[in-house]
Design a binder for this molecule. Structure first.
Ligand SMILES: CC(C)(COP(=O)(O)OP(=O)(O)OC[C@H]1O[C@@H](n2cnc3c(N)ncnc32)[C@H](O)[C@@H]1OP(=O)(O)O)[C@@H](O)C(=O)NCCC(=O)NCCS
Length: 221
């Protein structure tokens, strides 16, 4: 098993007070609206549930990220043929396998980890699994994979913030573009990527089986 290297860089924290996110209550149900209320943390600090901090995960947070990945992607089990789902799930949960090439970013709200994403900086050797059926991203691109938000924490801006941080990081690191792959059942994510300006990049599409189309998107920076 590869050594974990998620924390090899100094931990950088990107914090936003997402006041504008309050507008999201229009798509949120009652429980999400409660999430947006002010709360007192254990040390008595009053904070707001809409404050989202994104940072590189510590090694002791990897298992929590894995459990969020498992819970977040479970909804797609029925959307893939069994023979594709089994290896995909192994890949989804294999944080150690992508640790050398990527950074595991986690999102925290009021001290609770609620989401994660694997960010591949420009120049990473394995910005996507090296297999025979897909063309890898250009080396100078950044990429991200496996965006996941705890089902109980959805609709509060976490997924968008994780995506925005990947884009910000890619821009700061001089990448000319960010790449990602997605599939038809991932409708919420696809629509969000398109609103953020991502465009289809069919050259990097691939088919793990005839029934499964994995579609590539790019955002030019
Ligand atoms: C996709 C996912 C990461 C979104 O996370 P989230 O924290 O709920 O997303 P946000 O609250 O930041 O909302 C992002 C956007 O989607 C919209 N949205 C969120 N939930 C929605 C829903 N159920 N229906 C329609 N739109 C929705 C929001 O309005 C927001 O719109 P904006 O782009 O105008 O800001 C989350 O649903 C998830 O983990 N899904 C399973 C894994 C997955 O599909 N990953 C992506 C693989 S490519």
């Amino acid at each position: 098993m590869a050594a974990l290297s998620h924390s090899r860089d100094p931990v950088t924290t990107f914090t936003i007070i997402a006041a504008t996110r309050l507008g999201r209550a229009t798509i949120a149900d009652a429980s999400t609206r409660r999430d947006l209320a002010n709360v007192a943390t254990e040390d008595g600090t009053i904070t707001t549930m809409s404050e989202i901090a994104v940072r590189v995960a510590r090694e002791d947070e990897v298992d929590k990220a894995r459990s969020i990945l498992g819970a977040a992607y479970a909804e797609y089990e029925g959307s893939f043929p069994k023979e594709n789902w089994a290896p995909y799930l192994v890949d989804i949960l294999d944080l150690e396998g992508r640790a050398a090439a990527s950074e595991l970013l986690i999102a925290e709200r009021v001290g609770k980890i609620v989401g994660c994403v694997s960010y591949f900086p420009p120049g990473s050797k394995a910005s996507y699994p090296s297999d025979s059926f897909s063309e890898p991203w250009p080396t100078e691109w950044a990429a991200f994979r496996l965006l996941a938000v705890d089902p109980a924490a959805r609709g509060g801006g976490v997924g968008r913030r994780l995506t925005e941080v990947c884009i910000e990081r890619a821009r700061q690191q001089g990448a000319p573009a960010v790449g990602l792959h997605t599939t038809e059942p991932m409708k919420v994510a696809r629509a969000m990527y398109e609103r953020l300006g991502f465009e289809r990049a069919p050259r990097y599409d691939f088919h793990p089986s005839p029934q499964v189309a994995v579609e590539a998107y790019r955002l030019d920076l």
